[in-house]
Design a protein around this ligand. Structure first.
Ligand code: ZN
Length: 265
């Protein structure tokens, strides 16, 4: 990958880098965005792994969240699993923030071709994005373990008991999210790889890149316009051709030409 070290920001948001990246985005016709939890924090979705995130809240349960979000727990304690899922992984009041809206705008403008996300909150679709590749599933979608029929949250909300039972075949209906102890969907992974391979510009944002399979996926990008947007410097900054440190909900709208970020002291 061709590196352009000289254009890299030194930690404070560099106007020159921002302008350069803006121009790259404006000239792109096959931009792909790869995002993580940081994209949704401005929407009030808890970040799983941050200090204040979901994984550090116990909510009075005798099990840690990592256990409750595992395949084994879903099998062994289906009701507790469902209670936890509905109360912690679904934020009913959440709305798309400017980061989601900017990406939808870039897709509408014909520049962005795919959003690949580690998030399960469906906020990209809520913002209007059409091609969203959800690596870890979607917390608003459900499917039957017996016949595969898909269901929405309204169906689960109206269930007489948890876990909900499929009216077609009588088997259990589960959330369409990837749990601990489960593999990622190979078709979804392939779609992500294909999108990244074809991308002329790859923007990676709101992810620490330590969660599988993020780092491996980004390796499929072979061009020289890898842009990293993160609040803080990460060891992965060295991979990128351009690094922007700051709030992704402020930076993406600027890159999409929507408005300018507020200046904070
Ligand atoms: Zn069924």
């Amino acid at each position: 990958m061709g590196r352009s070290q000289e254009t890299r920001s030194s930690g404070v948001m560099d106007t020159k880098v921002l302008e350069a990246v803006k121009e790259i985005v404006a000239g792109s016709s096959n931009l792909v965005f790869f995002g993580g939890a940081g994209v949704s924090t401005a929407s009030g979705i808890p970040d799983f792994r941050s200090a204040t995130g979901l994984y550090n809240q116990r909510r009075g349960s005798k099990y840690p969240p990592e256990t409750m979000l595992s395949h084994a727990f879903m099998r062994q304690h289906p009701q507790e699993f469902y209670d936890y899922h509905l109360n912690n992984l679904i934020t009913r009041s959440a709305k798309p923030n400017p980061a989601h809206l900017a990406l939808a705008e870039l897709e509408k403008a014909g520049k962005l071709k795919a959003v690949i996300t580690q998030n399960i909150d469906g906020l990209h679709q809520a913002a209007g994005s059409k091609n969203v590749i959800e690596l870890h599933g979607n917390t608003y979608k459900f499917y039957c373990l017996g016949c595969g029929k898909t269901y929405d949250l309204a169906f689960v909300d109206s269930a007489k008991s948890l876990p909900p039972i499929c009216p077609v075949c009588g088997k259990t209906v589960r959330p369409d999210v990837v749990l601990y102890g489960e593999a990622l969907d190979s078709g979804v992974m392939q779609a992500a790889i294909n999108a990244i391979r074809k991308a002329d510009v790859l923007i990676v944002g709101g992810t620490s890149l330590v969660v599988y399979p993020a780092a491996g996926l980004i390796d499929f990008y072979k061009s020289d316009k890898l842009i990293l947007i993160n609040r803080e410097a990460t060891p992965f900054d060295a991979w990128a051709n351009y690094v922007l440190h700051g709030d992704i909900a402020e930076i993406l709208p600027v890159l999409a030409g929507m408005f300018y970020p507020k200046t904070t002291a």
